[in-house]
Design a binder for this molecule. Structure first.
Ligand code: CO8
Length: 374
């Protein structure tokens, strides 16, 4: 027999530093002007391409993004550097990502009314981890005083939802009483701030979620999980080639292909119909229709994508109350976007209200949970 599983706590932590579109564009344009001046001879000879200029108006209209948080702001806006300055920490000091993760985890534990001794597993799941081992999850487990086990997972945009799926299975099967899932999305080190098409897309954040057996739940804001569904389909349209082989392939570790890059238009066209179909199939499989869903906590990559998917789901544009958008403040935060939306807007729902958490993006990968407030 399977246990009923609930989401009993959610936590959201963002860095203090925020960068507006205007600040980001001013630094990119200063960098582009420097580049074009420095390489004027080659550019005029057709041997090198001039850097085009960016615009804050374009960014907001094309994406819905107005600002983003940065774990470390220093360096990002320096036209001679164009990447954050992170200090190397000693091995016996808490790592950057563990620090972000713990900040969010503490808030989630509090909302769930849980203490570390009541948690049996920790999953850290995000687009990148800063090292291969020991797992960030095990470092977090140790720092919080949690017994049991922890492991890291990488699934880019769907890292958070796919990790919630794994936690759901553990709690349903009874192999863990409660699981802490954390998404410390430290994206800024992999953003190419020298690329006009993508310099504005990402921000840093951490989200955390507690899943546990319904029978042990004493949270004010708990949601029963009615079903989970995952789908992947291989695509090269969103890619980052930096990895442990970068040291031995004798290629430039700073080259653009090592950082996040994408064919944004293709992603938009291909992912929207996939996501809408996936969600509709999932909602239907739980015995509901899309009109039964009170709130949509959707992946946050682009406001126009969410509007289009919303229209496909409902036959009309969803309101901000039905499908909240957090892109304006947070930008795209890799896997954490749908959970930022959940964190910011789940306390007002009433018993019996149903919602969908859904991620879509790199892989391609789509992950969803249909949930009901209890
Ligand atoms: N300023 C001014 N003009 C610009 C800029 C800019 N910054 N950027 C592009 N333009 C120009 C283009 O050059 C183009 O000019 P022209 O028409 O002369 O060729 C024009 O504006 C239109 O460009 P696009 O067609 O590219 O513009 P779009 O309307 O398609 O908008 C977007 C671009 C915003 C990128 C859009 O395509 C989009 O959002 N697509 C979906 C992207 C998506 O969902 N990606 C998934 C991201 S992956 C993820 O979420 C997690 C990955 C792992 C994390 C990585 C962390 C680092």
């Amino acid at each position: 027999m399977q246990n009923n599983v609930v989401i009993s706590g959610a936590g959201l932590w963002n860095p203090e530093n925020s960068i507006s579109n205007e600040e980001l564009v001013a630094s990119y344009n200063a960098y582009a002007a420097l580049h074009n001046e420095r390489y004027a001879t080659e550019i005029n000879a057709g041997e090198r391409v001039a850097k085009p200029f960016s615009s804050a108006e374009f960014i907001e209209k094309a994406s819905g993004i107005k600002s983003r948080y940065a774990f470390v702001k220093e360096g990002i806006l320096d036209p001679e550097r164009m990447r954050p300055v992170l200090e190397e920490r000693e091995d016996d000091t808490l790592s950057h990502q563990a620090e972000m993760a713990i900040n969010a985890a503490k808030i989630a534990l509090q909302e769930a009314n849980k203490t570390p001794d009541q948690i049996d597993a920790v999953i850290v799941s995000c687009a990148y981890t800063q090292r291969s081992y020991p797992a960030i999850a095990i470092e977090v487990q140790h720092a919080l005083g949690i017994e049991g086990f922890g492991f890291d997972m990488l699934v880019a945009c769907s890292a958070a939802t796919f990790a919630l799926h794994r936690a759901y299975e553990m709690v349903a099967a009874g192999t863990a009483r409660a699981v802490l899932v954390i998404n410390p999305e430290l994206t800024s080190p992999q953003v190419n701030y020298m690329d006009r098409d993508s310099h504005f897309i990402f921000g840093d954040v951490a989200t955390a979620t507690i899943l546990e057996q319904e029978s042990s739940c004493n949270s004010e804001h708990a949601y029963r999980i009615l079903g989970v569904k995952a789908q992947t389909s291989y695509s090269n349209n969103i890619r980052s080639n930096f990895g442990y082989l970068s040291r031995v392939t004798d290629t430039d570790p700073y080259s653009a292909d090592k950082l996040f890059h994408q064919n944004g238009r293709k992603v938009f066209k291909e992912v929207c119909p996939m996501a809408a179909q996936h969600i509709t199939d999932h909602v239907t499989a739980t015995g509901n229709t899309n009109n039964d869903i009170r709130r949509w906590w959707l992946h946050q990559a682009n406001i126009n994508m969410n509007t289009l998917i919303g229209k496909k789901l409902l036959g009309r544009e969803p309101s901000a109350d039905e499908a909240p958008i957090v892109l304006d403040e947070y930008a795209n935060t890799a896997s954490a976007g749908s959970l930022i939306a959940f964190n910011k807007s789940h306390k007002d729902l009433v018993k019996g209200d149903k919602g969908v958490i859904c991620s879509f993006g790199a892989g391609y990968s789509i992950g969803s949970l249909v949930i009901e407030k209890i």
